[in-house]
Ligand binder design. Structure first.
Ligand SMILES: [Zn+2]
Length: 244
């Protein structure tokens, strides 16, 4: 229920004109008139019937919730929640995934066909999205590590641009800056996917050194190859566990 505008005024220590108390229009000194000499007059009118306020000097006006929000320096939403509770429905994470993101994990058509069925499957969708996100992070972190360690600045630049563009295509928000955040950390402080990526980058370097295929394309190729091998391996392990 909405509070009464007079209660809000009194809670916030407004100076009310005593002669107007208990009338339909109650007057107070306006807290929104900043430093004006006339601010000492009772120019703020509060209508107790409609629960609204208006200052005849600075023209501030609005309803009781806006009044409280301005007096207490809180957002309108916060004040609204104070009186009405947070009854906005909480949506499941996957309902925020864009069509592009859903396409990446093969769920977009499904959602388009039936939203209801999609909602029923949302835990599966979430698991697929998390898996996808994780493996893309591993892959691009490995590539990033390799590219960042090339001695040729021009080449590094071109390849970084390529990575930047590719990560945008993944549909994972802010992936490039996420990679950077992990990159500047010490290896043992990195998160799991970044550690995995580092390991893959290291293996790919070794492969390219031992085979003599050490042009950048080769190294990138090795990164992808190592990545896919390790991914398959972990999937096989998962399947094995499932069987047992
Ligand atoms: Zn005013």
């Amino acid at each position: 229920m909405l509070p009464s505008i007079i209660d809000v005024a009194q809670e916030n220590c407004l100076t009310i004109n005593p002669r107007s108390l208990n009338k339909k229009e109650v007057y107070a000194k306006c807290p929104f008139c900043n430093g004006e000499k006339s601010a000492n007059q009772y120019k703020l009118s509060m209508n107790t019937e409609n629960n609204v306020f208006k200052c005849w000097l600075c023209k501030a006006s609005g309803g009781v919730l806006e009044f409280e929000s301005r007096l207490t320096n809180r957002t309108f939403q916060e004040v609204r929640v104070k009186y009405f509770g947070d009854n906005q429905k909480k949506r499941h994470y996957v309902e925020y995934l864009s069509p592009k993101q859903l396409r990446k994990i093969g769920w977009n058509e499904y959602k388009r066909k039936s939203r209801e069925d999609f909602i029923k499957k949302r835990d599966d969708v979430l698991r697929d999205w998390r898996d996808y996100e994780y493996s893309e992070k591993v892959k691009y972190f490995a590539l990033f590590m390799v590219v960042a360690h090339i001695d040729d600045p021009k080449r590094t630049g071109t390849l970084l641009e390529w990575i930047m563009k590719s990560v945008e295509e993944t549909g994972i928000y802010c992936l490039f800056s996420t990679l950077l955040e992990q990159f500047i950390l010490e290896e043992n402080q990195r998160t799991t996917w970044a550690k995995e990526g580092t390991e893959i980058a290291r293996m790919a370097w070794k492969c390219s050194l031992s085979t003599g295929d050490n042009t950048m394309q080769d190294v990138v190729k090795y990164v992808l190859l190592t990545y896919f091998l390790s991914k398959n391996e972990s999937e096989n392990q998962k399947k094995l566990k499932g069987v047992i």
